[in-house]
Design a protein around this ligand. Structure first.
Ligand SMILES: [Mg+2]
Length: 227
């Protein structure tokens, strides 16, 4: 399930009249993932190095190891877990670089397009409720969603099969009438395993990195391609 930088192989093939519900990921899909990458890969290591009086390279190695331990789990997204684990005020640090939180190109237009087409729009995110709070202080997109579902509330990460079973208990979507957009292949695969038929991969989640097209899912650079 590796993404590739080759030209894209899967054009998206659904028509809007088949879709009544749209599930949207947040980070890397609606918002620029550069903020999250910079936060965990640069800003937290800097603060951690300073606090523990160690070199930046040592901080990065330690943190990478610590991050890996909880990859694809709820802990990874839990700001309270990280505040305890690293002995840092993670929500405050998130706010300290809040100026980097940005909506990806064409997102607002796409959300308005969906509204015009009378689709139900839901946010489906692994982001912790405290992260959502920080992000929605900066970007005005929350008003577009009929409801928001965070993994913490659902009780499983989107990569885990239980997530989809539990989501379905609260949100009665139809598998073949729902479009799901995400930038993480593992998450899209988990949705596919559950039986969602219409899946779209975001090939350019970060404004600062080159695009990486998926080999396994229809992969788009911009929402313009869906309008
Ligand atoms: Mg994402």
């Amino acid at each position: 399930m590796q993404a590739t930088e080759l030209v894209r192989q899967n054009p998206s093939s659904f028509s809007w009249h088949e879709i009544d519900t749209v599930l949207l990921d947040l980070d890397g899909t609606l918002l620029d993932k550069y903020y999250d990458d910079f936060f965990w890969e640069t800003f937290v290591p800097e603060v951690f190095a300073k606090k523990n009086r160690i070199e930046m390279s040592a901080a990065k190695t330690t943190l990478l190891h610590t991050y890996k331990k909880v990859e694809d789990t709820l802990e990874w997204t839990d700001l309270d877990y990280w505040s305890n684990e690293l002995d840092l005020n993670i929500p405050q640090l998130k706010r300290d670089i809040g100026h980097l939180i940005a909506v990806r190109p064409q997102v607002t237009e796409f959300l308005e397009y969906l509204k015009e087409k009378e689709k139900k729009i839901y946010l489906v995110t692994n982001a912790h409720p405290k992260t959502l709070e920080v992000k929605f202080e900066r970007v005005d997109i929350a008003k577009h969603f009929t409801a928001m579902f965070s993994s913490k509330e659902v009780g499983a990460a989107k990569e885990q099969p239980e997530f989809w079973n539990r989501l379905k208990e609260t949100l009665p979507f139809t598998r073949d009438k729902t479009l799901f957009v995400d930038d993480t292949e593992k998450v899209l695969q988990s949705a596919r395993d559950y039986g969602l038929c219409h899946l779209i991969h975001i090939a350019k989640p970060s404004s600062k990195l080159p695009p990486t097209f998926s080999r396994n899912f229809p992969s788009i650079l911009s929402f313009e391609e869906l309008m």
